[in-house]
Design a protein around this ligand. Structure first.
Ligand code: ZN
Ligand code: ZN
Length: 111
C-alpha cells in the first residue's frame, strides 16, 4: 500500500458512502415520506386524499364484460383493425360503482 495516505483512504470511504447513499436514496426517500405522512397524521396509502384508484377497473370505472374469460384475442384483432374501443363490451365496475375510485381502506378503517 505504498503511497496510499490516510486522506486517500478517507476519500475512498467517503466515496463509497456517497455511492451507497445515492443508491439507497430512493428507498430512504420512500421510507421518510411514509414515516413523515404517518407523523403528520396523514394516511400513508392515499396521503389523505381518502380515495384510491379502484383495483378492479384500474380507475377506468368500467370493466370488460366476461373479465378474463373474454375473447381477448378477438378483441385485440378488432382493435388492431382500427376499431374504436367497443363500449358495448364494457360494463360499469361493480366494485367502485363506475366511479373509478374507492374510499381509501386505510382511512375508512379509522373513521
Ligand atoms: Zn372500479
Ligand atoms: Zn387513506
Amino acid at each position: 500500500m505504498d503511497g496510499l495516505t490516510g486522506s486517500e483512504i478517507a476519500g475512498f470511504v467517503v466515496g463509497g458512502l456517497l455511492l451507497g447513499a445515492t443508491i439507497a436514496a430512493p428507498k430512504v426517500d420512500g421510507f421518510i415520506a411514509s414515516s413523515q405522512r404517518r407523523s403528520l397524521g396523514m394516511c400513508k396509502r392515499c396521503g389523505d386524499l381518502r380515495i384510491v384508484a379502484c383495483s378492479q377497473c384500474k380507475g377506468m370505472g368500467s370493466v370488460r364484460k366476461g373479465g378474463l374469460l373474454n375473447l381477448g384475442m378477438l378483441d385485440d384483432l378488432y382493435e388492431s383493425l382500427g376499431a374504436e374501443a367497443k363500449t358495448e363490451n364494457l360494463i360499469p365496475c361493480t366494485k367502485c360503482r363506475s366511479k373509478g375510485r374507492l374510499l381509501c381502506p386505510e382511512c375508512s378503517k379509522v373513521i
